[in-house]
Design a protein around this ligand. Sequence first.
Ligand code: B12
Length: 265
Amino acid sequence: MHFDPSPTSNHSYYKRLERVLGQAEAGSTRLLDVHGDIAPDQIERLARACLTKQEDVRLVVESWIRAGCDLEEVYLQGLCKASRLMGDWWNSDTVDFASMTIACYRLHQLMFDLSPTFLANASIKANGLSALLAATTGSHHTMGVLMLSEFFRREGWSVTREVPETHKDLLRLVETEWFDLVGLSVNYDQTVDEVRGMIGQIRQACPNQRLQVMIGGLIPGDRQTFTREVGADLLGTDARESQLMALELVTGKAAHVPKRQQRAS
Ligand code: B12
């Protein structure tokens, strides 16, 4: 991956960027492909907009919503796939680190802007359950936790979203506030020992003896084995399914997951 904090000094960088931005006319294709998924060139359209300006990002997503795209699919397919496509461009040095970071910020901003609509019925659904959803210390991968929080809130959970600077910050929260569930977004470079230690401390600090701990995100290696070894109660997948699984775990009631929603993250 290319790390150039000052792309202005790099003429060829702009040439490459121009090539990416110049591809395919905006909105020239159908929104959905034959499988009913958001079409790849629409994903590219969003990714390119993220590299230009916030207004363009908004316009792309608005066009999808106007064309009848479900907001959850906008998040789970549109935003996730666009961020991964940008990651591919970053990997191939088509975009640099600074542009990538700003582009990710624009996706964050989009979620904040869409939040009032996304959470429109959340208060009616209030379920009395509370979740602490946290990125792990030192992780810059925060988009997953933000999206996860939105899906939990949408279904009536009270959510505390945290990007802690130290483990102590997380433990202080767990000690002082009541949570039914702690969801930890694992970072790619964390070891079993680290995560197991953290989960053990969380359980010790938490006054709720029935606290459930869920993990998800960029789990290294075999996800099932990792989950077992760190002592988590549940392994999540995408944000929508994870919420359903968490609800079932905490309430002990089976949640129905329609087939269309069983999408791997
Ligand atoms: C965007 C991105 C970044 C951005 C993050 C911006 C941000 N604010 O989040 C930036 C540019 C900062 C970044 C940095 C790095 N990145 Co990066 N990044 C990505 C990328 C392209 C997309 C990730 C993303 O945000 N997706 C969108 C979100 C919404 O989706 P998600 O994370 O999958 O989350 C969903 C689910 O997993 C679930 N979920 C998420 N968390 C949780 C938690 C729980 C409890 C549950 C239940 C569910 C859940 O809900 C979400 C919605 O469904 C991925 C590529 C990929 N294929 O994932 C690489 C990737 C994750 N990055 C990677 C790497 C290596 C790095 C760097 C080390 C690069 C470097 N050389 O510096 C640094 C790490 C810095 C750090 N200290 O953390 C690797 C990780 C490799 C691995 N798994 O072992 C990946 C996979 C790229 C690759 N193929 O190499 N990255």
